[in-house]
Design a protein around this ligand. Structure first.
Ligand code: SAH
Length: 467
């Protein structure tokens, strides 16, 4: 290690900043963020720097640098564009054993500023020791996106319980495993979801519990329509910490591959000789796994709250007091529309969009047909393949024009995506001649005709080889 990373306590401590330009301002921002009292020495100063320094209890000395200014200082930064001055500051500071940083001149520094990821009180510092600040910044931006913004709040909350936890567990190992459970469990998730008070109540409850397994929790996670790139960061994070994953047939293989490797996987879509596990059994299974202390991810295609029976699954969890969270996903309508180049609304053609189920019950489809024939709206039918003929027939019967465009999107957003387009009069015939592989989605309305104009989209979407 060329430099030892240390964190400096600068609250109310006097620091000298030599230089009054934009670079000095950047350093001043950091020093002030750490609570330092910054004295600036420079013949000129930019307004922003002056305002910052004066409003944070510091001082501005409009004069040439002289070593006298180092008197009573605890840390020194030289940020002038004059090499000699910078060098002089460095020598003077070192002669007085003061830590000194000279901007962009590692050889003159006794300390350097790292790239910072600030989730105060949690702070991550990255440094290349001055060899490649660009590389350090690149790493910082990678870390930025992988550390949830609320980590700081979590650290603050946990900090409040330090002494209580110490009093509760004598043994350091017990204490550590307690903290680990909090950080990896529902408490952290509650904080990330902005429910601080609930998180606090959970910590108190955990502290009161007799020793034993931590409480389990359930995440109802929307996995999107197929393309793994459409997963949310949150979905991915939870999938990677799950103990058990329950999934069904709509969840694509590449997405399942992103689940933590040693997590148990339960297929509730096709278990037991192709029979789906009945919904009440799934609900019960979620409860019993969570009661064993497991982190359970219930992975659902698209969005859990859109034709996903998500509401039913969390009802029982809520009744049983099991912590749960619902993570939205890209629903099939959004995914298929985007990847097929069909905007669901359009200023000229559709001012509203309606998601419907085309699921047949006893061979019919109970929908408010008179409302669906008004123009200026897009209709999206989920589960509409079997009912395609009936849907097109009803819409025509109730007055939607025969030549209304309609698209069938098969396995949307996946590499197997296919799009068939026609009209209410022609599509059922076209589809009957094709081998269609579910899942499929129907999009009805004038917006479908925009697809031709937006054909550049297919280059982006890929995998669409039909018409
Ligand atoms: N919760 C899901 C929908 C579940 S209902 C969501 O928000 O997307 C199941 C129906 O969704 C399927 O019958 C089909 O109509 C539609 N669907 C889901 N994924 C799809 C995909 N990749 N391509 C086309 N349709 C899809």
């Amino acid at each position: 290690m060329e430099f030892l990373p240390l964190f400096f306590q600068l609250n109310n401590r006097p620091c000298l900043l030599v230089g009054g330009g934009a670079i000095a301002l950047r350093k001043a921002n950091l020093l002030v963020a750490a609570g330092a009292q910054v004295s600036v020495v420079s013949l000129t100063i930019i307004d922003q720097l002056q305002a910052l320094v004066l409003s944070s209890g510091g001082q501005y000395h409009c004069e040439l640098y002289s070593a006298d200014r180092l008197q009573a200082m605890e840390l020194v930064v030289a940020a002038t564009d004059d090499l000699d001055t910078n060098k002089q500051v460095s020598e003077d500071a070192r002669a007085r054993q003061l830590p000194v940083n000279v901007v962009d001149q590692p050889a003159l520094c006794s300390f350097i500023f790292p790239a910072i990821i600030d989730r105060s009180p949690l702070v991550v510092a990255v440094s290349s020791g001055g060899h490649s600040p660009v590389l350090a910044r690149l790493l910082r931006s990678k870390l930025e996106s992988s550390i949830p913004a609320a980590y700081g709040q979590l650290a603050n909350l946990l900090g409040e319980f330090r002494s209580a936890v110490k009093a509760r567990f004598d043994n350091i190992d017990d204490r550590r495993s307690f903290w680990e459970r909090l950080v990896e469990g529902p408490v952290a998730e509650m904080v990330f979801a902005g429910r601080r008070e609930r998180a606090k109540a959970l910590i108190i409850k955990e502290l009161e519990r007799q020793q034993g397994a931590g409480s389990g929790e359930v995440y109802l996670v929307g996995a999107g329509p197929g393309d793994p790139d459409l997963l949310t960061f949150k979905a991915l994070r939870l999938m990677q910490k799950a103990d058990v994953v329950l999934y069904d047939r709509l969840v694509a293989e590449p997405i399942l591959n992103m689940v933590r490797r040693d997590a148990e996987r339960i297929n509730v879509g096709k278990a037991r000789a192709e029979h789906r596990v009945p919904q009440p059994e799934i609900n019960q299974l979620l409860v019993s796994l969570a009661k064993q202390g497991k982190k359970v991810v219930r992975l659902k295609g698209g969005d859990p709250f859109i034709f996903g029976r998500g509401g039913e699954e969390i009802e029982l969890l809520a009744q049983q007091g099991i912590p749960f969270q619902v993570v939205p996903g890209v629903t099939a309508a959004s995914g298929c529309a985007a990847y097929a180049g069909i905007p669901l609304t359009h200023r000229d053609y559709a001012q509203s969009v309606r998601f419907l189920t085309g699921h047949l019950k006893d061979g019919s489809c109970d929908l408010p047909w008179p409302e669906l024939v008004a123009t200026g709206q897009t209709l999206v039918f989920y589960m509409g393949l079997l009912g395609l003929e009936l849907i097109c027939g009803k819409l025509r019967e109730y007055g939607r024009s025969d030549d209304t465009p309609i698209a069938l999107v098969q396995q949307g957003t996946t590499i197997n995506q296919r799009v068939l387009t026609g009209t209410l009069a022609t599509l059922p015939g076209l589809v009957s001649q094709e081998k269609i592989v579910p899942p499929t989605l129907l999009i009805v309305g004038e917006v479908v005709s925009l697809r031709q104009q937006l054909s550049w989209f297919e280059v982006v979407a890929g995998g669409d080889n039909s018409e």
